[in-house]
Design a protein around this ligand. Sequence first.
Ligand code: SF4
Length: 331
Amino acid sequence: MQPNAPGERPLLLKSHQIVNAGDGHYAFTDLRKTSLGDVRTRQFRLFTPIRRQRMRLPTSLPEFAELRHLANLSDSPVTVAAELGGHWTEHNLAAITHVAACNFRCSYCYVDYAHLAGGDRFTATADAVVAEFIALRAATLRAGQRLSLLRVSGGEPLLAPGLVIDIHRVLAERDLLDAVVLKVESNLSALTYAWRQGRADPGPAERASMRRIKLHTTLHHPPDSREWPAIRDGLALALDIGFDVFPAIGATDWSAAQLESLFWELTRISPGLVRRLAVRPFHLDYPALADRRRLPRPTESEAPSVTWEGILRRHVGVGYLARPRHLVPLS
Ligand code: SF4
């Protein structure tokens, strides 16, 4: 059976139906009905990607490299600055919208389970999403802040690859690609199924333009898991479609053997991926959520990025995050 066959994955089929509302409409969570921070409208909340107090830092930059095994890598403002010009500190603000369903139910997810299953949803077109973003951008500018990052999160945005492509197309039509970068967060496991259900293959010009879409993917399951084939195939397809891919794992529960296996799996897809991988140095089931969901408290262990750095040095002769990730080419 194919890993993404709907009969095997009822959550995939259900969540795909929820998000793809039909007739160019997609389902989003009404953020006013969540406990997420800095909600501005039902469509968007604001977020500061790099925050020293929260240890979210661009540790692939030389000035933060010493913290790469302690801090959580957060580098979208760096990639935005590389696209649009200026320093990353000028791009340290994102507007986030959340699609209304996900095909996974990770115990550590910071989104309430109801909001992974279409609870409190409304529908909107890509045009409406961009119009809301433009209005929010104008409001933040009046308040003295630049808003240059539009982030589509979830839920699982690549249940609806057409949504992402349409938002990018609308940004282009509004002449905003010189001022705004589109970032998507995905688990990638739904992409092959959703892509088959959706649009025709993009032509060369559309693929080239999609290289500007930053696709940040957390690989939630290791290569020896049942979920891995769908994740691996989604990763390969994402590169083939043309997304600019930035993978990550939150790996305190990954064994050294699983990390070694991941190295070879990623290398087979694209050698650049292993040098772009963010190995989160924290337990994904961090204490606040562990308490909320009554999970066992994590035990201390060596940062998995230290193990990953050893693997990288052994096989490719470079250290972990030796270069800013957007400078590592993907083939
Ligand atoms: S894949 Fe992401 S959005 Fe979906 S349940 Fe897991 S953490 Fe939450």
